[in-house]
Design a protein around this ligand. Structure first.
Ligand code: COA
Length: 260
């Protein structure tokens, strides 16, 4: 554990990253965003880490957005650079070859909603609130919100949220398809932990191939996407874990996957 803007803890293959600026509702300032990028890179490279949970510290917020205090002095060029920087870090999450779960404990607004959407799974506390309120500041989302939100919930519902800046309750987010599950606040971390532990027990390389096939395939024509699947299917046969998984099945025992 560190005392920084970001806390990191490990538990049996599951790493938990906690955004830690509760007095600012975990708003993402530059330092926090940079730390997030650095930690994600380390977690990607650490073979002991097989699943990641991202959450926010405190009762109130997951992340209440990018830190607005940096905005008034910014211009076109610095705005574009900030968007590119945030997008690159959130892409790191989406492209992580290990499952990343957002445990959304409160406000997930602006960059917070975008952070949750870049994760592979979203579990929300009943207290969570989602939204893209940038319009109320005279700006637009810059960390993927105008692109991932319509892809997740459809163009019309996304436009409504983007143009009104309205908040969505956890239950409404569930109905819209923005979150996968809603649980009582006190069960949030157990629920995210149980999913993470379940995924961490699977064959790590195959998990990575599935994430790659689904995310990269979604942007391709079906023929090309099926080529990608065939390649990755082949790659999975080149692993020790394939031998272990299939042998364990035939020997009627539980497989011990090593990520090799
Ligand atoms: N950037 C910087 N600071 C933020 C912030 C953000 N995105 N969101 C909250 N804060 C800060 C507040 O300025 C306040 O700081 P202070 O105590 O030093 O004054 C502190 O966090 C608590 O927020 P506060 O507004 O007092 O809490 P609230 O319960 O009244 O309202 C929200 C909660 C989330 C509705 C409100 O903070 C808000 O609208 N935040 C901005 C959301 C947003 O527009 N996000 C997109 C940014 S691009």
């Amino acid at each position: 554990m560190s005392e920084a803007n970001l806390l990191l803890s490990h538990n049996e293959g599951v790493a938990t990253l906690t955004i830690n600026r509760p007095t600012k509702l975990n708003a993402l300032n530059k330092e926090t965003l940079d730390e997030l990028g650095d930690r994600l890179q380390e977690l990607r490279e650490d073979p002991a880490v097989r699943a990641i949970i991202i959450t926010g510290n405190g009762e109130k917020a997951f992340v209440a957005g990018a830190d607005i205090s940096q905005f008034p002095t910014m211009d076109r060029r610095s705005g574009q650079a900030l968007a590119r920087h945030g997008q690159a870090i959130f892409n790191k999450i989406e492209q992580m070859p290990k499952p990343v779960i957002a445990a959304v404990n409160g406000f997930a607004l602006g960059g917070g909603c975008e952070l949750a959407m870049a994760c592979h799974f979203r579990i929300a506390s009943q207290k969570a609130l989602f939204g893209q309120p940038e319009i109320n500041l005279g700006i637009i989302p810059g960390y993927g919100g105008t692109q991932r939100l319509p892809r997740l919930i459809g163009k019309e519902k996304a436009l409504y949220l983007l143009l009104t800046g309205d908040h969505l309750t956890a239950e409404d987010a569930l109905k819209a398809g923005l979150v996968d599950r809603v649980v009582p606040a006190e069960e949030l971390m157990n629920s995210a932990g149980a999913l993470a532990a379940k995924l961490a027990a699977k064959a790590p390389l195959a998990v990575g191939y599935i994430l790659q096939a689904v995310y990269q395939g979604a942007d391709r024509e079906l023929d090309e996407a099926l080529d990608l699947e065939a390649d990755l299917f082949g790659d999975s046969f080149d692993t020790e874990d394939m031998k272990e998984g299939t042998t364990a099945f035939l020997e009627k025992r539980k497989p011990q996957f090593k990520g090799k």
